[in-house]
Ligand binder design. Structure first.
Ligand SMILES: [Zn+2]
Length: 551
Protein backbone atom coordinates (compact mmCIF):
# COMPACT_ATOMS: atom_id res chain seq x y z
CA UNK A 1 0.00 0.00 0.00
CA UNK A 2 1.17 3.46 -0.79
CA UNK A 3 -1.11 5.37 1.47
CA UNK A 4 -1.13 9.13 1.28
CA UNK A 5 -2.41 11.70 3.67
CA UNK A 6 -5.99 12.57 2.96
CA UNK A 7 -5.90 16.06 4.30
CA UNK A 8 -8.40 18.18 2.43
CA UNK A 9 -11.78 18.62 4.08
CA UNK A 10 -14.78 17.99 1.84
CA UNK A 11 -18.25 19.03 2.92
CA UNK A 12 -20.53 16.26 4.13
CA UNK A 13 -23.48 15.87 1.77
CA UNK A 14 -25.47 12.98 3.18
CA UNK A 15 -26.43 11.71 6.62
CA UNK A 16 -24.79 8.73 8.33
CA UNK A 17 -24.84 5.12 7.07
CA UNK A 18 -27.88 2.94 7.53
CA UNK A 19 -27.67 0.02 9.90
CA UNK A 20 -30.79 -1.84 8.80
CA UNK A 21 -29.67 -3.79 5.69
CA UNK A 22 -28.59 -7.40 6.37
CA UNK A 23 -24.95 -7.98 5.47
CA UNK A 24 -23.51 -10.68 3.26
CA UNK A 25 -20.11 -10.34 4.93
CA UNK A 26 -19.13 -11.19 8.46
CA UNK A 27 -16.69 -8.88 10.22
CA UNK A 28 -15.59 -11.49 12.76
CA UNK A 29 -14.26 -13.75 10.00
CA UNK A 30 -12.47 -10.79 8.39
CA UNK A 31 -10.84 -9.95 11.73
CA UNK A 32 -9.90 -13.59 12.36
CA UNK A 33 -8.18 -13.93 8.96
CA UNK A 34 -6.46 -10.56 9.38
CA UNK A 35 -5.13 -11.72 12.74
CA UNK A 36 -3.86 -15.05 11.37
CA UNK A 37 -2.16 -13.57 8.29
CA UNK A 38 -0.48 -10.78 10.29
CA UNK A 39 0.73 -13.03 13.13
CA UNK A 40 4.48 -13.37 13.69
CA UNK A 41 4.27 -16.95 12.42
CA UNK A 42 3.74 -15.58 8.88
CA UNK A 43 6.98 -13.57 9.14
CA UNK A 44 5.66 -10.47 7.40
CA UNK A 45 4.69 -12.41 4.22
CA UNK A 46 7.68 -11.63 2.00
CA UNK A 47 7.51 -13.13 -1.51
CA UNK A 48 9.55 -16.34 -1.92
CA UNK A 49 9.94 -16.86 1.85
CA UNK A 50 8.67 -19.39 4.43
CA UNK A 51 6.04 -16.75 5.19
CA UNK A 52 4.82 -17.01 1.59
CA UNK A 53 4.43 -20.78 1.88
CA UNK A 54 2.25 -20.40 4.98
CA UNK A 55 0.25 -17.57 3.42
CA UNK A 56 -0.44 -19.42 0.18
CA UNK A 57 -1.43 -22.55 2.12
CA UNK A 58 -3.83 -20.57 4.33
CA UNK A 59 -5.45 -18.69 1.44
CA UNK A 60 -5.88 -21.90 -0.55
CA UNK A 61 -7.37 -23.74 2.41
CA UNK A 62 -9.80 -20.89 3.18
CA UNK A 63 -10.90 -20.52 -0.45
CA UNK A 64 -11.51 -24.27 -0.65
CA UNK A 65 -13.45 -24.34 2.63
CA UNK A 66 -15.42 -21.27 1.52
CA UNK A 67 -16.76 -23.09 -1.53
CA UNK A 68 -14.66 -21.46 -4.28
CA UNK A 69 -13.23 -23.31 -7.26
CA UNK A 70 -9.54 -23.23 -8.17
CA UNK A 71 -8.92 -20.74 -10.99
CA UNK A 72 -5.11 -20.53 -11.26
CA UNK A 73 -2.65 -22.06 -13.75
CA UNK A 74 -4.08 -24.78 -16.03
CA UNK A 75 -3.04 -28.26 -14.84
CA UNK A 76 -1.51 -30.73 -17.30
CA UNK A 77 -4.31 -33.27 -16.72
CA UNK A 78 -7.07 -30.66 -17.05
CA UNK A 79 -8.57 -28.44 -14.37
CA UNK A 80 -6.89 -25.58 -12.58
CA UNK A 81 -4.43 -25.05 -9.75
CA UNK A 82 -5.21 -22.69 -6.85
CA UNK A 83 -2.18 -20.60 -7.76
CA UNK A 84 -0.53 -18.81 -10.64
CA UNK A 85 3.27 -19.02 -10.67
CA UNK A 86 4.85 -15.56 -10.79
CA UNK A 87 8.51 -15.80 -11.82
CA UNK A 88 10.41 -12.78 -10.56
CA UNK A 89 13.92 -11.49 -11.07
CA UNK A 90 15.79 -9.83 -8.22
CA UNK A 91 18.49 -7.31 -9.07
CA UNK A 92 21.02 -5.77 -6.67
CA UNK A 93 24.17 -3.76 -7.19
CA UNK A 94 27.30 -5.70 -6.22
CA UNK A 95 30.30 -3.79 -4.88
CA UNK A 96 30.88 -0.08 -5.44
CA UNK A 97 28.80 2.01 -7.82
CA UNK A 98 31.27 4.35 -9.54
CA UNK A 99 29.76 7.51 -11.04
CA UNK A 100 31.52 10.50 -12.54
CA UNK A 101 30.57 13.48 -14.62
CA UNK A 102 32.91 15.37 -16.86
CA UNK A 103 32.16 19.08 -17.17
CA UNK A 104 34.31 21.11 -19.59
CA UNK A 105 37.25 18.76 -19.12
CA UNK A 106 36.95 18.58 -15.32
CA UNK A 107 35.88 15.26 -13.77
CA UNK A 108 33.69 15.17 -10.64
CA UNK A 109 32.79 12.07 -8.67
CA UNK A 110 29.23 11.45 -7.49
CA UNK A 111 28.23 9.24 -4.56
CA UNK A 112 25.43 6.68 -4.86
CA UNK A 113 22.59 7.81 -2.58
CA UNK A 114 23.81 11.41 -2.34
CA UNK A 115 23.87 13.20 -5.71
CA UNK A 116 22.39 10.22 -7.54
CA UNK A 117 20.32 7.09 -6.89
CA UNK A 118 20.96 4.43 -9.54
CA UNK A 119 18.61 1.46 -9.65
CA UNK A 120 20.30 -1.93 -10.12
CA UNK A 121 19.98 -2.51 -13.87
CA UNK A 122 17.09 -4.76 -14.88
CA UNK A 123 18.30 -5.62 -18.37
CA UNK A 124 19.84 -8.91 -17.22
CA UNK A 125 23.39 -7.55 -17.73
CA UNK A 126 25.81 -8.43 -14.93
CA UNK A 127 27.90 -5.30 -15.40
CA UNK A 128 26.93 -1.81 -16.53
CA UNK A 129 29.69 0.34 -17.98
CA UNK A 130 28.90 3.71 -19.53
CA UNK A 131 31.85 5.87 -20.57
CA UNK A 132 31.53 9.56 -21.40
CA UNK A 133 27.95 9.43 -22.67
CA UNK A 134 26.54 12.77 -23.89
CA UNK A 135 23.80 14.22 -21.65
CA UNK A 136 20.52 15.54 -23.10
CA UNK A 137 17.68 17.35 -21.32
CA UNK A 138 14.38 15.91 -22.65
CA UNK A 139 11.87 17.99 -20.67
CA UNK A 140 9.09 15.83 -19.23
CA UNK A 141 10.05 12.93 -21.53
CA UNK A 142 6.46 12.56 -22.73
CA UNK A 143 5.24 11.02 -25.96
CA UNK A 144 1.43 11.24 -25.93
CA UNK A 145 -0.03 10.95 -29.44
CA UNK A 146 -3.63 11.36 -28.21
CA UNK A 147 -2.59 14.76 -26.79
CA UNK A 148 -0.52 15.68 -29.84
CA UNK A 149 2.54 15.95 -27.61
CA UNK A 150 6.08 14.64 -28.27
CA UNK A 151 9.02 15.90 -26.24
CA UNK A 152 11.52 13.91 -28.32
CA UNK A 153 10.77 15.29 -31.81
CA UNK A 154 12.62 12.36 -33.36
CA UNK A 155 15.99 13.20 -31.74
CA UNK A 156 18.15 10.07 -31.58
CA UNK A 157 18.99 9.18 -27.95
CA UNK A 158 21.07 6.07 -28.68
CA UNK A 159 24.19 6.09 -26.51
CA UNK A 160 22.98 9.16 -24.63
CA UNK A 161 21.89 9.76 -21.06
CA UNK A 162 18.70 11.82 -20.76
CA UNK A 163 17.74 14.12 -17.89
CA UNK A 164 13.97 14.19 -17.42
CA UNK A 165 11.56 16.14 -15.21
CA UNK A 166 9.14 14.31 -12.90
CA UNK A 167 5.33 14.76 -13.10
CA UNK A 168 3.70 16.02 -16.30
CA UNK A 169 4.01 19.26 -18.30
CA UNK A 170 1.08 21.09 -16.70
CA UNK A 171 1.76 20.23 -13.03
CA UNK A 172 3.32 23.63 -12.32
CA UNK A 173 1.03 25.78 -14.44
CA UNK A 174 -2.05 23.97 -13.12
CA UNK A 175 -3.87 23.86 -16.45
CA UNK A 176 -3.20 22.29 -19.81
CA UNK A 177 -3.33 19.02 -21.71
CA UNK A 178 -2.41 16.71 -18.82
CA UNK A 179 -5.22 17.15 -16.32
CA UNK A 180 -3.84 20.29 -14.67
CA UNK A 181 -2.37 19.66 -11.25
CA UNK A 182 -3.62 16.08 -11.23
CA UNK A 183 -1.03 13.57 -12.47
CA UNK A 184 -1.62 11.56 -15.62
CA UNK A 185 0.39 8.40 -16.13
CA UNK A 186 2.87 10.47 -18.19
CA UNK A 187 3.92 12.09 -14.92
CA UNK A 188 4.82 8.89 -13.12
CA UNK A 189 8.51 7.91 -12.93
CA UNK A 190 7.66 4.38 -14.06
CA UNK A 191 6.38 5.86 -17.33
CA UNK A 192 9.61 7.85 -17.78
CA UNK A 193 11.68 4.66 -17.60
CA UNK A 194 9.35 2.77 -19.95
CA UNK A 195 9.68 5.61 -22.47
CA UNK A 196 13.49 5.61 -22.03
CA UNK A 197 13.58 2.01 -23.22
CA UNK A 198 11.28 2.79 -26.18
CA UNK A 199 13.48 5.75 -27.15
CA UNK A 200 16.59 3.56 -27.09
CA UNK A 201 18.44 5.83 -24.64
CA UNK A 202 21.36 4.33 -22.73
CA UNK A 203 19.83 5.86 -19.63
CA UNK A 204 17.24 8.17 -18.09
CA UNK A 205 17.90 10.15 -14.92
CA UNK A 206 14.79 11.65 -13.33
CA UNK A 207 15.43 15.04 -11.73
CA UNK A 208 14.06 14.85 -8.20
CA UNK A 209 12.00 17.84 -7.05
CA UNK A 210 9.98 17.37 -3.88
CA UNK A 211 6.68 19.00 -4.91
CA UNK A 212 6.12 17.30 -8.28
CA UNK A 213 7.46 13.95 -6.99
CA UNK A 214 5.25 14.26 -3.86
CA UNK A 215 8.01 12.83 -1.65
CA UNK A 216 11.52 13.78 -0.52
CA UNK A 217 14.96 12.55 -1.57
CA UNK A 218 15.08 10.10 1.37
CA UNK A 219 12.24 8.10 -0.22
CA UNK A 220 14.02 8.15 -3.60
CA UNK A 221 17.26 6.98 -2.01
CA UNK A 222 15.66 4.25 0.14
CA UNK A 223 13.55 2.71 -2.57
CA UNK A 224 16.04 2.84 -5.45
CA UNK A 225 19.45 1.92 -4.03
CA UNK A 226 18.47 -1.47 -2.52
CA UNK A 227 17.32 -4.61 -4.32
CA UNK A 228 14.88 -4.19 -7.20
CA UNK A 229 12.39 -6.82 -8.38
CA UNK A 230 10.81 -7.20 -11.79
CA UNK A 231 8.66 -9.79 -13.51
CA UNK A 232 10.78 -12.06 -15.70
CA UNK A 233 10.58 -10.74 -19.24
CA UNK A 234 11.31 -12.43 -22.54
CA UNK A 235 13.33 -9.42 -23.61
CA UNK A 236 14.13 -7.25 -20.57
CA UNK A 237 16.18 -4.77 -22.64
CA UNK A 238 12.96 -3.81 -24.43
CA UNK A 239 11.45 -2.76 -21.10
CA UNK A 240 14.47 -1.23 -19.40
CA UNK A 241 17.31 1.06 -20.44
CA UNK A 242 20.70 0.03 -18.97
CA UNK A 243 20.71 3.08 -16.69
CA UNK A 244 17.64 4.05 -14.64
CA UNK A 245 18.04 6.47 -11.77
CA UNK A 246 17.34 9.78 -10.11
CA UNK A 247 19.48 12.87 -9.50
CA UNK A 248 19.03 15.63 -6.94
CA UNK A 249 17.62 18.89 -8.28
CA UNK A 250 20.74 20.91 -7.28
CA UNK A 251 22.90 18.56 -9.32
CA UNK A 252 20.74 19.08 -12.41
CA UNK A 253 20.79 22.86 -11.89
CA UNK A 254 24.60 22.85 -11.63
CA UNK A 255 25.02 20.66 -14.73
CA UNK A 256 22.77 22.82 -16.88
CA UNK A 257 24.55 25.93 -15.64
CA UNK A 258 27.94 24.43 -16.52
CA UNK A 259 26.59 23.89 -20.04
CA UNK A 260 25.64 27.58 -20.24
CA UNK A 261 21.92 26.93 -19.75
CA UNK A 262 19.34 28.00 -17.18
CA UNK A 263 17.40 25.20 -15.48
CA UNK A 264 14.25 27.22 -14.85
CA UNK A 265 14.18 28.47 -18.44
CA UNK A 266 14.58 24.89 -19.71
CA UNK A 267 11.71 23.80 -17.52
CA UNK A 268 9.47 26.63 -18.81
CA UNK A 269 10.26 25.58 -22.37
CA UNK A 270 9.42 21.97 -21.48
CA UNK A 271 5.91 23.06 -20.50
CA UNK A 272 5.12 23.83 -24.13
CA UNK A 273 4.37 21.64 -27.11
CA UNK A 274 7.24 23.16 -29.11
CA UNK A 275 9.91 21.94 -26.71
CA UNK A 276 12.85 20.11 -28.30
CA UNK A 277 15.57 18.11 -26.48
CA UNK A 278 18.61 20.20 -25.51
CA UNK A 279 22.09 18.69 -25.37
CA UNK A 280 24.25 19.81 -22.42
CA UNK A 281 27.37 20.83 -24.37
CA UNK A 282 30.64 19.85 -22.70
CA UNK A 283 28.96 17.48 -20.20
CA UNK A 284 29.41 13.70 -20.24
CA UNK A 285 28.34 10.94 -17.84
CA UNK A 286 30.14 7.74 -16.80
CA UNK A 287 29.28 4.86 -14.50
CA UNK A 288 30.54 1.37 -13.75
CA UNK A 289 29.09 -1.25 -11.42
CA UNK A 290 28.26 -4.95 -11.17
CA UNK A 291 24.76 -6.42 -10.85
CA UNK A 292 23.71 -9.56 -8.99
CA UNK A 293 20.77 -11.24 -10.77
CA UNK A 294 18.68 -13.96 -9.07
CA UNK A 295 15.47 -15.71 -10.05
CA UNK A 296 12.67 -16.57 -7.63
CA UNK A 297 9.14 -17.88 -8.12
CA UNK A 298 6.27 -16.43 -6.08
CA UNK A 299 2.55 -17.11 -6.40
CA UNK A 300 -0.77 -15.37 -6.93
CA UNK A 301 -3.67 -17.29 -5.33
CA UNK A 302 -6.82 -17.52 -7.47
CA UNK A 303 -10.30 -18.81 -6.70
CA UNK A 304 -13.65 -18.22 -8.41
CA UNK A 305 -17.39 -18.70 -8.33
CA UNK A 306 -18.43 -19.70 -11.85
CA UNK A 307 -21.11 -17.66 -13.57
CA UNK A 308 -24.36 -19.50 -14.34
CA UNK A 309 -25.16 -17.60 -17.52
CA UNK A 310 -21.99 -15.88 -18.74
CA UNK A 311 -19.11 -17.88 -17.26
CA UNK A 312 -16.59 -16.32 -19.69
CA UNK A 313 -17.25 -12.83 -18.38
CA UNK A 314 -15.66 -12.09 -15.04
CA UNK A 315 -15.72 -9.56 -12.27
CA UNK A 316 -12.38 -9.62 -10.43
CA UNK A 317 -11.60 -8.68 -6.84
CA UNK A 318 -7.91 -8.20 -6.04
CA UNK A 319 -5.86 -7.68 -2.88
CA UNK A 320 -2.12 -8.08 -2.36
CA UNK A 321 -1.21 -10.73 0.22
CA UNK A 322 2.48 -9.80 0.47
CA UNK A 323 4.18 -7.39 2.83
CA UNK A 324 7.76 -6.43 3.67
CA UNK A 325 8.90 -9.58 5.55
CA UNK A 326 11.64 -9.39 8.19
CA UNK A 327 13.86 -6.32 8.24
CA UNK A 328 15.51 -3.60 10.31
CA UNK A 329 14.37 -3.58 13.97
CA UNK A 330 12.23 -0.74 15.27
CA UNK A 331 12.88 1.06 18.59
CA UNK A 332 11.40 -1.93 20.49
CA UNK A 333 13.63 -4.41 18.64
CA UNK A 334 10.73 -5.85 16.59
CA UNK A 335 11.94 -7.07 13.19
CA UNK A 336 8.73 -8.57 11.77
CA UNK A 337 6.80 -6.28 9.43
CA UNK A 338 3.40 -7.87 10.06
CA UNK A 339 1.42 -5.76 7.60
CA UNK A 340 -1.90 -6.19 9.39
CA UNK A 341 -3.67 -3.33 7.69
CA UNK A 342 -1.30 -3.44 4.69
CA UNK A 343 -2.64 -5.80 3.48
CA UNK A 344 -3.74 -8.73 5.64
CA UNK A 345 -6.98 -6.75 6.03
CA UNK A 346 -7.72 -6.50 2.30
CA UNK A 347 -6.74 -10.15 1.79
CA UNK A 348 -9.07 -11.18 4.62
CA UNK A 349 -11.89 -9.20 3.02
CA UNK A 350 -11.13 -10.89 -0.32
CA UNK A 351 -11.60 -14.30 1.35
CA UNK A 352 -14.84 -13.18 2.97
CA UNK A 353 -16.22 -11.84 -0.31
CA UNK A 354 -15.40 -15.21 -1.86
CA UNK A 355 -17.40 -17.00 0.83
CA UNK A 356 -20.31 -14.58 0.39
CA UNK A 357 -20.53 -15.17 -3.37
CA UNK A 358 -20.05 -18.94 -2.98
CA UNK A 359 -22.93 -19.32 -0.56
CA UNK A 360 -25.30 -16.84 -2.24
CA UNK A 361 -27.35 -17.41 -5.41
CA UNK A 362 -25.20 -18.21 -8.45
CA UNK A 363 -24.09 -15.01 -10.19
CA UNK A 364 -24.70 -14.74 -13.95
CA UNK A 365 -21.07 -13.80 -14.60
CA UNK A 366 -18.05 -15.44 -13.00
CA UNK A 367 -16.66 -13.68 -9.92
CA UNK A 368 -12.93 -14.19 -9.38
CA UNK A 369 -10.81 -13.60 -6.27
CA UNK A 370 -7.16 -12.87 -7.03
CA UNK A 371 -4.72 -12.50 -4.11
CA UNK A 372 -1.60 -11.08 -5.73
CA UNK A 373 2.04 -11.19 -4.65
CA UNK A 374 4.84 -8.62 -4.68
CA UNK A 375 2.80 -5.40 -4.57
CA UNK A 376 5.40 -3.98 -2.21
CA UNK A 377 8.09 -4.74 -4.84
CA UNK A 378 6.30 -2.64 -7.47
CA UNK A 379 2.85 -4.14 -8.21
CA UNK A 380 4.53 -7.20 -9.72
CA UNK A 381 1.95 -9.93 -9.02
CA UNK A 382 -0.80 -7.86 -10.62
CA UNK A 383 1.52 -6.81 -13.46
CA UNK A 384 2.36 -10.44 -14.12
CA UNK A 385 -1.33 -11.38 -14.26
CA UNK A 386 -2.10 -8.44 -16.57
CA UNK A 387 0.75 -9.51 -18.88
CA UNK A 388 -0.09 -13.22 -18.63
CA UNK A 389 -3.83 -13.27 -18.02
CA UNK A 390 -5.36 -16.61 -17.03
CA UNK A 391 -8.62 -15.51 -18.73
CA UNK A 392 -9.26 -13.03 -21.56
CA UNK A 393 -8.92 -9.40 -20.50
CA UNK A 394 -11.39 -8.32 -23.17
CA UNK A 395 -14.25 -9.96 -21.24
CA UNK A 396 -12.94 -9.06 -17.80
CA UNK A 397 -15.72 -6.72 -16.69
CA UNK A 398 -13.76 -4.78 -14.11
CA UNK A 399 -11.27 -5.03 -11.24
CA UNK A 400 -12.06 -3.95 -7.68
CA UNK A 401 -8.90 -3.70 -5.56
CA UNK A 402 -8.67 -3.53 -1.78
CA UNK A 403 -5.59 -2.36 0.08
CA UNK A 404 -6.02 -1.52 3.75
CA UNK A 405 -9.66 -1.61 4.76
CA UNK A 406 -11.92 -0.94 7.64
CA UNK A 407 -10.21 -0.28 11.00
CA UNK A 408 -11.67 3.14 11.75
CA UNK A 409 -15.25 2.13 12.37
CA UNK A 410 -18.22 3.48 10.42
CA UNK A 411 -17.59 6.28 7.94
CA UNK A 412 -20.03 8.52 6.07
CA UNK A 413 -17.80 8.59 3.01
CA UNK A 414 -15.38 6.45 0.97
CA UNK A 415 -12.77 7.15 -1.69
CA UNK A 416 -10.67 5.58 -4.45
CA UNK A 417 -6.92 5.83 -5.10
CA UNK A 418 -6.59 8.65 -7.60
CA UNK A 419 -9.59 9.89 -9.50
CA UNK A 420 -10.40 7.35 -12.14
CA UNK A 421 -12.01 8.72 -15.32
CA UNK A 422 -14.14 5.62 -15.40
CA UNK A 423 -17.81 4.69 -15.27
CA UNK A 424 -16.78 1.94 -12.82
CA UNK A 425 -16.19 4.68 -10.27
CA UNK A 426 -19.68 6.06 -11.03
CA UNK A 427 -21.09 2.58 -10.35
CA UNK A 428 -19.27 2.55 -7.00
CA UNK A 429 -20.66 5.98 -6.14
CA UNK A 430 -24.19 4.80 -7.01
CA UNK A 431 -23.81 1.75 -4.75
CA UNK A 432 -22.41 4.02 -2.02
CA UNK A 433 -25.61 6.08 -2.16
CA UNK A 434 -27.69 3.01 -1.35
CA UNK A 435 -25.54 2.70 1.78
CA UNK A 436 -25.96 6.40 2.62
CA UNK A 437 -22.27 6.97 1.97
CA UNK A 438 -20.90 9.75 -0.21
CA UNK A 439 -17.77 9.80 -2.36
CA UNK A 440 -14.75 11.88 -1.36
CA UNK A 441 -12.46 12.40 -4.37
CA UNK A 442 -8.75 11.80 -3.83
CA UNK A 443 -7.67 15.18 -2.40
CA UNK A 444 -4.15 14.89 -3.87
CA UNK A 445 -4.52 13.58 -7.44
CA UNK A 446 -1.15 15.21 -8.23
CA UNK A 447 0.54 12.48 -6.18
CA UNK A 448 -0.51 9.94 -8.81
CA UNK A 449 -1.98 7.40 -6.39
CA UNK A 450 -4.06 5.95 -9.22
CA UNK A 451 -0.79 4.49 -10.52
CA UNK A 452 0.37 3.08 -7.18
CA UNK A 453 -1.97 0.20 -6.40
CA UNK A 454 -2.72 -3.24 -7.84
CA UNK A 455 -5.66 -2.17 -9.96
CA UNK A 456 -3.27 -0.09 -12.08
CA UNK A 457 -1.53 -2.84 -14.13
CA UNK A 458 -5.04 -3.86 -15.25
CA UNK A 459 -5.91 -0.26 -16.14
CA UNK A 460 -2.72 -0.01 -18.18
CA UNK A 461 -3.90 -2.86 -20.40
CA UNK A 462 -7.31 -1.22 -20.68
CA UNK A 463 -9.35 -3.13 -18.08
CA UNK A 464 -11.62 -0.84 -16.01
CA UNK A 465 -10.10 -0.99 -12.53
CA UNK A 466 -10.30 0.94 -9.27
CA UNK A 467 -8.85 0.68 -5.79
CA UNK A 468 -11.35 1.22 -2.97
CA UNK A 469 -10.45 3.30 0.07
CA UNK A 470 -12.43 3.55 3.31
CA UNK A 471 -13.72 6.95 4.39
CA UNK A 472 -12.39 9.52 6.81
CA UNK A 473 -15.62 11.30 7.74
CA UNK A 474 -16.29 9.03 10.70
CA UNK A 475 -19.72 8.63 12.24
CA UNK A 476 -17.97 9.01 15.58
CA UNK A 477 -15.81 12.12 15.55
CA UNK A 478 -16.24 13.25 11.96
CA UNK A 479 -13.42 14.18 9.63
CA UNK A 480 -11.15 15.45 12.41
CA UNK A 481 -11.13 12.01 14.03
CA UNK A 482 -10.62 10.27 10.68
CA UNK A 483 -7.67 12.45 9.74
CA UNK A 484 -6.13 12.02 13.16
CA UNK A 485 -6.34 8.23 12.88
CA UNK A 486 -4.88 8.32 9.38
CA UNK A 487 -2.01 10.57 10.45
CA UNK A 488 -1.28 8.38 13.47
CA UNK A 489 -1.20 5.28 11.25
CA UNK A 490 1.18 6.86 8.74
CA UNK A 491 3.51 8.13 11.44
CA UNK A 492 3.72 5.15 13.74
CA UNK A 493 2.63 2.04 11.85
CA UNK A 494 2.72 2.34 8.03
CA UNK A 495 5.51 0.13 6.61
CA UNK A 496 6.83 -0.41 10.15
CA UNK A 497 6.86 -3.50 12.41
CA UNK A 498 4.04 -1.84 14.41
CA UNK A 499 1.46 -2.44 11.63
CA UNK A 500 0.03 -5.23 13.80
CA UNK A 501 -3.40 -6.66 14.51
CA UNK A 502 -5.25 -4.45 16.99
CA UNK A 503 -7.95 -6.14 19.12
CA UNK A 504 -9.62 -2.76 19.70
CA UNK A 505 -10.52 -2.32 16.00
CA UNK A 506 -14.21 -1.61 15.52
CA UNK A 507 -15.58 -4.49 13.39
CA UNK A 508 -18.40 -2.38 11.92
CA UNK A 509 -16.10 -0.56 9.47
CA UNK A 510 -14.84 -3.86 8.00
CA UNK A 511 -18.40 -5.02 7.53
CA UNK A 512 -19.60 -1.73 6.02
CA UNK A 513 -16.75 -1.55 3.46
CA UNK A 514 -17.09 -5.24 2.67
CA UNK A 515 -20.85 -5.00 2.14
CA UNK A 516 -20.48 -2.06 -0.23
CA UNK A 517 -17.87 -3.90 -2.29
CA UNK A 518 -20.02 -7.03 -2.30
CA UNK A 519 -23.00 -5.05 -3.59
CA UNK A 520 -20.97 -3.47 -6.38
CA UNK A 521 -19.51 -6.82 -7.53
CA UNK A 522 -22.92 -8.45 -7.24
CA UNK A 523 -24.50 -5.74 -9.38
CA UNK A 524 -21.83 -6.11 -12.07
CA UNK A 525 -22.03 -9.90 -11.95
CA UNK A 526 -25.80 -9.89 -12.52
CA UNK A 527 -26.07 -7.26 -15.23
CA UNK A 528 -24.97 -6.54 -18.79
CA UNK A 529 -22.98 -3.51 -17.61
CA UNK A 530 -19.56 -3.07 -19.23
CA UNK A 531 -17.83 -0.20 -17.39
CA UNK A 532 -15.85 2.09 -19.67
CA UNK A 533 -13.12 4.70 -19.68
CA UNK A 534 -14.32 8.22 -20.22
CA UNK A 535 -13.17 10.35 -23.16
CA UNK A 536 -9.60 11.57 -22.80
CA UNK A 537 -8.53 8.77 -20.43
CA UNK A 538 -5.06 7.51 -21.39
CA UNK A 539 -6.15 3.83 -21.30
CA UNK A 540 -9.37 4.15 -23.32
CA UNK A 541 -7.78 3.42 -26.71
CA UNK A 542 -6.40 0.10 -25.47
CA UNK A 543 -9.80 -1.00 -24.17
CA UNK A 544 -11.63 0.13 -27.29
CA UNK A 545 -9.51 -2.22 -29.43
CA UNK A 546 -11.51 -5.18 -28.09
CA UNK A 547 -14.93 -3.51 -27.95
CA UNK A 548 -16.46 -5.95 -30.44
CA UNK A 549 -15.89 -8.82 -27.98
CA UNK A 550 -18.20 -7.22 -25.37
CA UNK A 551 -21.89 -7.52 -26.12
ZN1 LIG B 1 2.52 -1.20 1.56
Amino acid sequence: MHKLFLSVAVAALVAGPSSAAPSAVDAQRILRDTKVLSSDEYEGRAPASEGEKKTVAYLTQQMKAGGLQPAGDPLPGGGRAWTQDVPLARFATKGPVAVSVNVAGQSQTWTQGEQIAIRAAQTGAERITITDAPVVFVGYGVKAPERNWDDFKGVDLKGKVALVLVNDPDFETGSGDFGGKAMTYYGRWTYKFEEAARQGAIGFLVIHETAPASYGWATVKNSNTNEIFDVIRKNPAEAHAPLEGWVQRDVAVALTKAAGLDFEALKKAAQTRDFRPVELKGVTFSTDYAVDVQKVVSKNVVGAVAGAKHPDERVVYTAHWDHLGVGQPDAKGDTIYNGALDNASGTALLLELGRAFAKGPKPERTVMFLAVTAEEKGLLGSEYYADNPLYPLATTVGVLNMDGVGPNGLARDFTTSGNAPLTLQDELIAVGKTHDRYFTPDPRPEAGSFFRSDHFPFAKVGVPAISFGGGQDLVQGGRAAGQQRQAAYITSRYHQPADEFDPTWDPRGFEADGTMLFDLGNKLANSRIWPEWKDGAEFKAERDKTKAQRK
